[in-house]
Design a protein around this ligand. Structure first.
Ligand code: MRU
Length: 346
């Protein structure tokens, strides 16, 4: 891939600024955990797995700035860093998964010096990033088997290299099918209000030379009803034990339209996106973002001042609309409750 989403370099964190794409390819450098938290909140970095990597690197970075005489003081401050990072975005479970993993590493090294703990945290954050790339490639390998030769694949939002450490989940499936030599094309929903599809997915896929057509969100049904879409592949922010899946707002509508038109609807996500503590999707916290994302585009008002607005950033697609869930460990179909448990090794 010709860009890096996030990387640890010389004890700083470098991220491509996703708020500036596709107009400008700018890399920001972060040297404290507070600015990493702001970057996650402000969507400089977004997408469930990428948020997880950023949070892990934020914990590692934060641990380096802790001044403490005792281990108790160090761990108290580390807890505070984790809390600040954990308050950034509520829906993607990968954020909390990564923070917990970092906490466990710190705890495991409690017997060592503070520098040993800091070093272990840095190594773990880099490991999470590297693992994510391998995981996405494996998701791609499994998922590509579901994409027929000549397929037109519809995707929503951006579940690509930009949303992960690289390669992507839904776009990983598309990339892998393309790399396997299948002649496929993509329809990318623009994904109002934040335009991840128009700004990020279209940018990524064009760079890769994968034929892509951009459509407004309300056009998906039109193309499905005309037989122009072979299948849908989307990412996920949190998958409950029964397979109900939270993903970018509008995913539910795509899934219902797919069912109506007998089109397979696939979710591609790493096992770290599973939240088996939730029986179903009704308890998944849904982030509501600023109203200005709906009323303004690039600072220009597109609605009358004072209009009442709602802006949920995610919705939950009930499992019954999902044909299969593609993970790095394999594909789950049918009985999600037992299938997801098995695939996650729990
Ligand atoms: O608000 P965002 O851009 O973070 O939402 C991203 C999505 O909904 C993605 O589809 C999801 O995180 C999967 S990314 C591999």
């Amino acid at each position: 891939m010709s860009f890096r989403t996030i990387e640890w370099r010389d004890d700083t964190v470098i991220m491509i600024d996703q708020t500036r794409l596709p107009g400008a390819e700018i890399y920001n450098t972060y040297s404290d955990f507070q600015s990493i938290a702001e970057a996650i909140k402000g969507m400089i970095i977004r997408g469930a797995p990428a948020i997880g990597v950023a949070a892990a690197m934020g914990v590692a970075l934060g641990s380096r700035s802790i001044i403490a005489d005792t281990h108790e003081s160090f761990f108290r401050q580390l807890d505070n860093i984790c809390e600040v990072l954990g308050r950034t975005r509520p829906t993607a479970v990968n954020l909390f998964w990564a923070i917990e993993r970092m906490k466990r590493v710190a705890e495991k090294n409690r017997g060592g010096t503070l520098d040993t703990i800091r070093d272990a945290l840095k190594k773990e954050a880099i490991r999470i990033e590297k693992e994510d790339l391998t995981i996405c490639k494996n998701i791609g390998k499994w998922g590509a088997t579901l994409i027929p030769e000549g397929a037109t694949v519809l995707t929503h939002c951006n579940a690509g290299g930009l949303a992960t450490a690289g390669y992507g989940t839904a776009l990983g499936v598309i990339r892998a099918a393309h790399e396997a030599g299948k002649k496929i094309q993509v329809f990318a929903d623009e994904t109002r209000p934040w335009l991840q599809g128009a700004r990020l997915t279209a940018w990524e896929l064009m760079k890769e030379g994968i034929p892509t057509t951009l459509i407004a969100d309300n056009m998906a049904g039109f193309f499905m009803s005309r037989g122009e879409i072979t299948c849908c592949v989307v990412g996920a922010d949190r998958i409950a034990a029964n397979g109900d899946t939270a993903n970018k707002i509008g995913t539910y509508s795509v899934a219902v339209l797919a069912k109506e038109n007998n089109i397979p609807f696939y979710v591609a996500a790493p096992v770290s996106t599973l939240d088996l503590t939730l029986a179903d999707g009704s308890k998944i916290p849904i982030e509501e973002r600023p109203y200005s994302e709906v009323t303004h585009i690039k600072g220009i008002a597109i609605a009358p001042a004072g209009i009442r607005v709602r802006n949920p950033s995610f919705d939950v697609t009930p499992a019954r609309y999902i044909t299969a869930i593609i993970t790095e460990n394999g594909i789950v179909k049918g009985d999600y409750r037992s299938g997801l448990r098995k695939i996650s090794g729990t």
